[in-house]
Design a binder for this molecule. Sequence first.
Ligand SMILES: Nc1ncnc2c1ncn2[C@@H]1O[C@H](COP(=O)(O)OP(=O)(O)O)[C@@H](O)[C@H]1O
Ligand code: SF4
Ligand SMILES: [Mg+2]
Length: 385
Amino acid sequence: MPLLEVTDLRTLFATEDGTVRAVDGVSFRLEPGRVLGIVGESGSGKSVTCLSMLGLTPRRKTKVSGSAVFKGRDLLTLGEGELRSVRGAEIAMIFQDPMTSLNPVRTVGFQLTEAIRLHGRVPSSEAESRARNALASVGIPNPAERMKSYPLELSGGMRQRVMIAMALLNEPDLLIADEPTTALDVTTQAQVLGLLRDLRERTSASIILITHDLGVIADLCDDVLVMYAGRAVEQGEVRDIFGDPQHPYTWGLLASLPRMNLGARRIRAIRGSPPSLLALPKGCPFHPRCPAAFDRCREERPAAEPVAAGSAHLAACHLAPAERLAARRGGAAAAAAAATDARAPAAGAAATGATARATTGSSTEGSAPVGADGAPPPAAPEDVP
Ligand SMILES: Nc1ncnc2c1ncn2[C@@H]1O[C@H](COP(=O)(O)OP(=O)(O)O)[C@@H](O)[C@H]1O
Ligand code: SF4
Ligand SMILES: [Mg+2]
């Protein structure tokens, strides 16, 4: 049985400018002990997905629907009291900015011992020694002294370690880490990631790691959910996403990864910007930026479908699986050629459709190619990860 099964999660925010579809039909499963990475550009709905499950979105003017079944209970149906006891004890969350969770006017020791005692009657001496051990376990030197510090007396990296120690105090079944290293310098980032890697080995907890960095996903995760404009556009195991990525948006993310051996010259960003969630484009929300877009993409929203029968690797893209490899290696023109081959028996209609696809896919009418250098991306074979 999965530890967490999210089905058709939707979160709508009513704003003065209209309805923001921050999460728009996201589904995934998380098995015990697995690490799921949620990746996507800023504003794609990663944080709101997790906050919605935990009842942490603003109550007013927010509509959350779907289900999020955690250990057999749908979190979306629980009352505030029940949710509060799930949070902190069974599910813990670490945020990008530790100061959103740490109280600046209380010592680290006070906050840690309070978190322990909130979830069970524990003598204060035992709470203190558990708190010290927790600080030691996340590599904080001299934990007895640090217990007396106030959060603002610590460096950003130390504060994030305190946050992680606090999250782990009650041995949660699920740890959600939302961009835990984004605000840190590179060296401290590496240390905190090392800590999470270590944690993954040491505990049986499942982890959801939110990041905009696929490199972090490759390093730490078992499963991946790629989000774009509030939707899951591709999901599967890490080896699927890195070895056989199916969605043009994922190709763009992969092509943006810095390659040590290729130098900065090879770093490509995805052209254009994500759409406004107040006014999503019709059809596939990625079509204005997609190098392989064709007519159907502008009309019809693609559903997430298995890449092969029975596979847990899903992609939401109208390209047929046979067309995707060609599109990924050679851009839209190759996709069109592959589509022509695949549909050869119905020569007339299929060939016309494919030609239309080649023209629209490489045209400039509102669609920006993924490759930063303007080439239909990822064009060079060495760019295909
Ligand atoms: N309380 C809110 N009211 C209105 N819009 C919101 C609110 N919280 C988040 N959003 C919007 O929802 C979208 C998804 O946000 P978020 O999940 O934070 O993105 P990210 O992928 O960067 O974590 C963004 O466009 C954000 O502006
Ligand atoms: S090919 Fe079409 S459906 Fe697939 S990602 Fe591009 S625009 Fe979306
Ligand atoms: Mg976020």
